[in-house]
Design a protein around this ligand. Structure first.
Ligand code: BG6
Length: 478
């Protein structure tokens, strides 16, 4: 495993902790090695000290555990400057170019370096069939830049060697959603427009831009979260049963969903999207500053930190069912969930208090904990015939089971095993950008500023209004 950007934030916060967990769980090959690359003139000992300091706080297991020595022995640091061809020769000499060896090159770098890195890897023979390349987001800024990255990378590697990562697909409940849908007959007949009233997908974060102001201000929530994570989750909910679990069978079905998304026309953008930007407020009882006061943010920035939108999939299964997508920074809590709301019964026999509308829902929670629960109505015990909401945890066994691998850990192990099913294919990425781009373009042309919302709230009021026009409400409002 070769980590380009080995001293960077992603490597320290996510990749090394994930690899350490995999090591502790015994999931790594005994001879597996990790080569971390960076521009600093460090020895491996310096790097290890840095890893302990920076990755330690992100670990569930403890770096002081007896396992650390074994993990540290797998790590080597190598100085590499992506603009220096000779550094790649040194890398090839260290790794060897034996085609039978699986070599994973994880590009946790700025996308502008993808092309030079891939070209150099190919030049030194590190594009043999045993080499897999993991590409981190952001994969482009729009259709054109994403196409140009993909074309550049394709000059050195075959599509089957490319792993475009979306860590949301590594979350266990997303995979469990597939298991529940396609491993049982129970849900599949209900999984369609006749029985589903609406689908909501929320990824709320309590954090702000966390020192990433420079990147974030150029990016915004639509590019940062909707184009990738939210659309990938939408595909997992909406796709047809694949013919097999082979990567392309799954990816073909996801692509069909992306292609069936109703394109946004100018009038739709105003009516069906809401963008917001947080102002000072309080999260978890602590005061926080507004977006415009964060470091590296332009004083008159119009970048959105919140998006809610109504997506529609125009195919036989889903026509007419709104898919409400929402994401935001500085929301009241860290919460990621998919809520499938089934239609109300045609006739209410039992009456009962308001609040029962929350029943008939399947809630797939990705964060803060992973769970799948079915909310429905049953008889309140005792005298009379009153209903009350009940919740069935469909994941009890898994909850009771041992440790769950974290998303990055699971996806890294998939790359090592050569399983592409949970990674995005080039055409999927392209279709996602093509759907998102007109929204960005309309927002830009409208010249309107995003709607303000107070940090620690669920976004601008227009977000609730978006759903109420369809007679729906966000899950937490019920
Ligand atoms: C990343 C975004 O892709 O996902 C970040 O760039 C965001 O802005 C993060 O904070 C959220 O991931 P998670 O797994 O912490 O919910």
């Amino acid at each position: 495993m070769v980590l380009f950007g080995g001293t960077g934030d992603l490597a320290m916060r996510k990749l090394l902790p994930a690899l350490f967990q995999a090591h502790v769980a015994g999931s790594l090959h005994p001879q597996g090695r990790i080569v971390a690359l960076g521009r600093r003139d460090w020895r491996t000992e310096d790097y290890l000290a840095q890893v302990q300091a920076e990755s330690g706080p992100h670990l569930k297991a403890d770096f002081s555990s007896p396992q650390w020595a074994g993990f540290a022995a797998r790590l080597t640091y190598l100085k590499l400057d992506a603009s220096q061809a000779a550094d790649f020769d040194a890398l090839a000499a260290l790794l060897g170019t034996t085609a039978s060896r699986v070599t994973v090159c994880y590009l946790a770098t700025a996308p502008s370096l993808f092309e030079p890195i891939c070209t150099q890897l190919a030049r030194v023979g590190l594009n043999h069939p045993g080499v897999r390349v993991v590409l981190e987001k952001p994969l482009g800024h729009d259709v054109e830049s994403s196409e140009s990255i993909n074309a550049a990378v394709a000059r050195s590697f075959a599509e089957s060697q490319l792993y475009r990562i979306d860590h949301y697909l590594g979350k266990e409940s997303v995979q469990n959603l597939m298991a529940i849908r396609f491993g049982n007959v129970l849900f599949e007949p209900l999984w369609r427009r006749e029985w589903v009233d609406n689908v909501q997908i929320t990824i709320a974060e309590d954090i702000g831009v966390e020192g990433r102001g420079e990147f974030y201000d150029k990016t915004g929530a639509l590019r940062d979260m909707v184009q990738n994570h939210l659309l990938q989750l939408l595909c997992m909910v909406a796709m047809e049963p694949p013919a097999s679990l082979q990567a392309d069978a799954i990816r073909d079905e996801k692509l069909k969903v992306l292609k069936a998304l109703r394109p946004f026309a100018e009038a739709d953008v105003a009516a069906k999207t809401v963008r917001g930007q947080y102002r000072a407020g309080a999260v978890d009882g602590k005061p926080v500053i507004g977006y415009l006061q964060e470091a590296d943010i332009a004083a008159d920035s119009r970048t959105e930190t919140f998006v809610a939108l109504k997506a529609e999939i125009i195919n036989w299964r889903w026509a007419g069912v709104p898919f409400f997508l929402r994401t935001g920074k500085r929301m009241p809590e860290r919460l990621a969930e998919i809520v499938i709301s089934f239609r109300a019964v045609p006739l209410s026999l039992f009456g009962g208090p308001a609040g029962l509308q929350g029943a008939n829902r399947l809630v797939i929670r990705l964060q803060p904990e992973e769970s799948i629960s079915l909310h429905f109505l049953s008889k309140e015990p005792g005298d009379g015939m009153r209903l009350h909401p009940t919740q069935l945890d469909l994941d009890v066994e898994a909850t009771a089971r041992k440790r769950r691998a974290d998303a990055y850990e699971r996806l890294l192990l998939d790359v090592i095993r050569g399983e592409l099913g949970l990674f995005m294919r080039r055409d999927e990425l392209d279709a996602a950008w093509r759907w998102v781009e007109p929204i960005l373009e309309c927002w830009r042309r409208s010249g309107e500023a995003p709607k303000p919302y107070t940090a620690g709230t669920w976004g601008p009021a227009a977000s609730s209004a978006l759903l109420s026009r369809d007679g729906a409400a966000w899950h937490e409002e019920i």
